[in-house]
Design a protein around this ligand. Structure first.
Ligand code: ADP
Ligand code: MG
Length: 323
């Protein structure tokens, strides 16, 4: 009798589980931060819509061109202190940390040099040498002052958070989804990818690291991930070719010129996308030897350095890491 009751109970439990609706896989895309943002999640579409609306809010805060944004107000304050959002302050503290650890290879005050280049691919024109040298004289993350919620940069200096902001925002969107009870999702912010959780069939999410030699979108490596951020910085997305040289959007803060070191891309896998983003740009500028030394020193962080000739070098923990 007792056994029959247990069997009945188990059958009822199974029936209940089968009846509980699993959240559907939904997807939503938008154009923010000059790139395509895609959110895929086992969650109602309304939650995805709210997450995408958050992207718009962050864009309004961090855009370089909107005259009400934090970045615009700092850049146009003529050396005065400007009160900004918690998001801007957090990003600037993390940017500062990576600037210090990379010996200045990562530097968000690179903006005056960025402004002299057109990497949209619409024209292949080199900037004026003297103008670039003048721009470089205003670069220096050491001159950013942060006091509580107030930021000051010297007259003539300018911030460009393009190398780190998308990573921060992706982390914030991931936190929002988690807060909403979503336990399985994949975010792709123009190459800044976050995978979270296991899919209902028990599998992890696949994250591809692109093979730049095959612009069709073929993948060089596919990672199975459930709790990681993957960010790639490369020469192939934004830039132009002139006389056999690739001029791209990752600049050496010491010269204002695109970094030419044979690398075609650097991918970083880390727990937080904001670090992966800043580090992918930093490591590209530093090159493999110094970049790897930095990565090996950071817990739960791996790197893939890919060269124009197709050679690839990974950090020592990459092969055995669980992503
Ligand atoms: P993407 O934005 O395409 O994902 P990155 O994260 O590598 O690529 O960021 C490149 C952007 O960062 C550039 O477009 C520019 O705005 C800015 N940037 C360029 N060089 C540097 C640098 N040395 N340090 C910090 N930011 C940089
Ligand atoms: Mg970056």
């Amino acid at each position: 009798m007792k056994r029959r009751a247990i069997a009945l109970f188990l059958i009822l439990m199974l029936l209940c589980a089968a009846c509980t609706p699993q959240p559907q896989k939904n997807s939503i895309s938008g154009f923010y931060f000059d790139t395509v943002v895609t959110i895929t999640a086992y969650a109602p579409q309304s939650v995805l819509e709210a997450a995408l609306a958050l992207c718009a809010e962050y864009e309004a805060l961090l855009s370089k061109t909107r005259d009400t944004s934090d970045v615009y107000r700092i850049n146009h304050a003529n050396g005065e202190a400007v009160a900004v959002s918690e998001a801007a302050i957090t990003i600037l503290h993390i940017a500062n940390e990576i600037s210090k650890r990379s010996g200045g290879a990562f530097d968000v005050t690179v903006a005056p040099a960025v402004a002299l280049w057109d990497f949209t691919g619409e024209s292949a024109v080199l900037p004026d040498d003297a103008a670039l040298r003048n721009a470089v004289s205003h670069i220096g993350y050491q001159h950013i002052t942060i006091h509580d919620d107030r930021v000051t940069i010297p007259k003539g200096a300018e911030l460009d958070l393009g190398g780190v902001a998308k990573g921060y925002i992706a982390d914030e969107i991931a936190a929002y989804l988690t807060d909403q009870g979503v336990s399985s999702f994949l975010l792709n912010f123009g190459g800044n990818v976050i995978a979270c959780g296991i899919k209902p069939d028990g599998s992890k999410w696949n994250i591809g690291i692109q093979d730049p030699a095959k612009p069709s979108g073929a993948y060089l490596i596919t990672l199975e991930a459930s709790h990681s951020a993957v960010v790639t910085s490369g020469t192939y997305e934004r830039g132009f070719d002139l006389n056999g040289v690739r001029y791209h959007h990752i600049l050496d803060p010491n010269t204002g010129w695109p970094v030419q070191n044979g690398l075609i891309s650097v991918s970083i896998i880390a727990e937080r996308s904001v670090y992966a983003d800043a580090l992918s740009t930093a490591c590209f500028v530093m090159g493999e030897a110094d970049g790897l030394a930095l990565i090996e020193d950071m817990p739960q962080t791996e790197a893939v350095f890919l060269y124009e000739d197709g050679t690839m070098h990974c950090s020592s923990g990459f092969k055995d890491a669980e992503f």
